[in-house]
Design a protein around this ligand. Structure first.
Ligand code: SF4
Length: 207
């Protein structure tokens, strides 16, 4: 059984960085943020999706998440974008790109620029599922999906379960230890990640 240790709150996107390389996370926590042209382009694509969604749903009535969960029991599906979520139990917060709540379950969707469903992106989605479940305690299965933002194609999907929850709790424990200085930040073992890393100029591990 995981016991939540005393510690800081985490932004859920930080779990994606930790899965990529903990040294990257160390730089981020030190306040060093480097923006590449690819990141800027990704932000622009994201904003276009937001604008299109706002346009498509302009005429629809707004409901709260609690109302959406009730509507699901009546067979009605609702969709939201940019949902702020937080979990007091696990001290997580983040913004879910898109969430769909319907009679067949909850779909948490993240838009990513790559066709590759990277492990860090999966961890990020599982953490959203944990935070949503903790906050709203829905009586529905939670499915998670990664969508390629340009093509709008689903490149990976899974269903959140107890085993995944336990694995994520171990990851959360590790994050707490990193944040509290009880553990060293481990560099990635994969050189290909270093080649694509925005911190490679300043990182001693970079080869
Ligand atoms: S260069 Fe490699 S080890 Fe250093 S921060 Fe980047 S990914 Fe991590």
């Amino acid at each position: 059984m995981f016991q939540t240790p005393a510690g800081p709150w985490f932004s859920i996107s930080e779990f994606n960085i930790q899965a990529y390389c903990e040294v990257q996370l160390k730089y981020r926590w030190a306040g060093i943020k480097i923006t590449t042209p690819a990141m800027t382009m990704g932000t622009q694509t994201h904003e276009q999706i937001e604008q299109q969604f706002a346009e498509d749903t302009r005429e629809l009535e707004e409901v709260t998440i609690e109302e959406a969960l009730e509507l699901a029991k009546q067979g009605i599906t609702t969709v939201a974008r940019e949902l702020h979520i937080s979990s007091n139990t696990f001290r997580l917060n983040g913004i879910i790109d898109q969430i769909e709540i319907g009679p067949n379950g909850i779909i948490i969707l993240d838009d990513k620029p790559s066709d590759q469903p990277y492990f860090g992106s999966k961890v990020q989605l599982f953490m959203y599922a944990i935070a949503f479940k903790d906050h709203y305690k829905p009586d529905l299965d939670i499915h998670v999906k990664i969508r390629q933002s340009k093509t709008q194609k689903i490149v990976w999907e899974d269903t959140f379960n107890e085993k995944i929850h336990e694995e994520m709790m171990e990851r959360l424990q590790r994050m707490n230890e990193l944040a509290l200085g009880k553990r060293e930040f481990e560099p990635t073992q994969y050189e290909v990640k270093c080649r694509n890393c925005t911190y490679r100029e300043m990182c001693k591990k970079n080869v």
